[in-house]
Design a protein around this ligand. Structure first.
Ligand SMILES: NC(=O)c1ccc[n+]([C@@H]2O[C@H](COP(=O)([O-])OP(=O)(O)OC[C@H]3O[C@@H](n4cnc5c(N)ncnc54)[C@H](O)[C@@H]3O)[C@@H](O)[C@H]2O)c1
Length: 333
């Protein structure tokens, strides 16, 4: 049984905790949050010890995995402390805020020989997993174009409003957009070039981003926005044109439209099905369960995680940072 120390018991910490309850082979034995009531809630449900801060948990708790669900600007410090103590780390996306932080983490992981996986959950989301497999199999031919969207109303849950401070979150362009940037890299590799445009709020912070990534034989557009009105429904969707068919994920589900005629609805039987009562803009635990189960199973098998490893997640951050740099920064002053 792997012992997990969960740091940060807010929105994502609650989500991870709900998943660990269902995962055989791992158990949360320690939790930390500067808001004691948040830590207590999860500690009670899991029979875990409570620590006042992430630093204290890392130093004192006897655990095999440190799971970091802290605001992004606190990721690197805590990951460094955990890696220096030889702990395996699961860390939420975006893994870090700068290229330098990314380099430091990759170097420390190599030095410490620990295993690190990043919460690039879209790689574990059923419909996106299906798309990746369809593309790799070549059964529809090559991808010619694609559009990926991730749109939501204003996220209102963040502790001390950290998500809306560009220096702490990197703005929507690093936070929410990283999901699709990372998935596009996973699907297609590194683009040859890209063009980005953004919309900003009255403080000059990016609230919406559109990037077209160009490949030798394909063009892929990614949009992310998180300041739609409160009643705007969350929308994570894609439309991918292959040589022989077009695949669409939208409110009608996942459908394949064949060039030769005909349409097929893809029914995926999820490995794990459960809603969440944690709030926020996510309706199912599926991808979170899949990614954490994969990490636990990988560690138990003594292997390295290869689906969302640290060095690859750092490359996704680097690409998103280049996009942000190309438009003058996450916040114009
Ligand atoms: N994978 C996804 O789909 C997804 C979705 C939302 C957020 N995230 C990521 O998860 C991370 C956490 O986001 P969130 O939405 O859960 O934020 P949140 O504000 O809901 O939770 C963060 C928690 O950290 C606690 N905290 C702050 N400093 C601490 C410290 N020093 N020690 C211990 N606890 C401390 C806060 O009290 C808060 O409870 C971010 O990196 C975010 O980008 C990922």
């Amino acid at each position: 049984m792997l012992k997990v120390g969960l740091i940060g018991c807010g929105f994502m910490g609650g989500m991870h905790a709900a998943c660990y309850k269902e995962i055989e082979g791992a158990q949360i034995v320690a939790v930390a949050d500067v808001r004691s009531e948040k830590a207590e809630e999860i500690a009670k449900a899991h029979g875990a010890e409570i620590y006042a801060t992430g630093d204290e948990l890392i130093v004192k708790a006897d655990v095999d995995i440190i799971d970091i669900c802290l605001p992004t600007y606190l990721h690197t410090h805590h990951a460094v402390e955990a890696l220096r103590r030889g702990k395996n780390v699961f860390i939420e996306k975006p893994v870090c805020l700068t290229a330098e932080e990314g380099e430091l983490l990759v170097a420390l992981q190599k030095e410490s020989g620990t295993k690190v996986q990043v919460g690039q959950v879209i790689r574990f989301w059923d419909e996106y997993k299906w798309l990746k497999e369809a593309s790799d199999s070549g059964r529809f031919g090559k991808i010619r174009s694609a559009v990926f969207k991730r749109l939501s109303s204003v996220p209102g849950w963040a502790w001390e409003g950290w998500l809306h401070d560009a220096e702490k979150s990197g703005s929507v362009a690093l936070d929410m957009h990283i999901h699709d940037v990372d998935f596009v890299r996973y699907l297609m590799g590194e683009p040859s070039n890209f063009a980005t445009s953004v919309a900003r709020n009255s403080k000059g912070v990016i609230e919406q981003i559109f990037t077209t990534f160009n490949y030798k034989e394909a063009s892929v557009t990614v949009e992310a926005c998180w300041d739609y009105p409160a009643d705007f429904p969350f929308d994570a969707s894609f439309r991918v044109k292959f040589e022989k068919a077009t695949v669409v994920l939208d409110a009608n589900g996942l459908n394949v439209y064949y060039n030769v005629g005909g349409k097929e609805k893809v029914e995926i039987k999820p490995d794990f099905e459960a809603g969440n009562d944690i709030g926020g803009n996510i309706s199912s635990l599926g991808g979170y369960y899949n990614e954490l189960k994969y990490f636990v199973d990988t560690l138990l098998a003594g292997k390295e995680p290869v689906i969302a490893p640290l060095d690859d997640a750092v490359k996704s951050v680097r690409l998103a940072l280049k996009e942000i740099e190309s438009v003058g920064g996450a916040q114009l002053r």
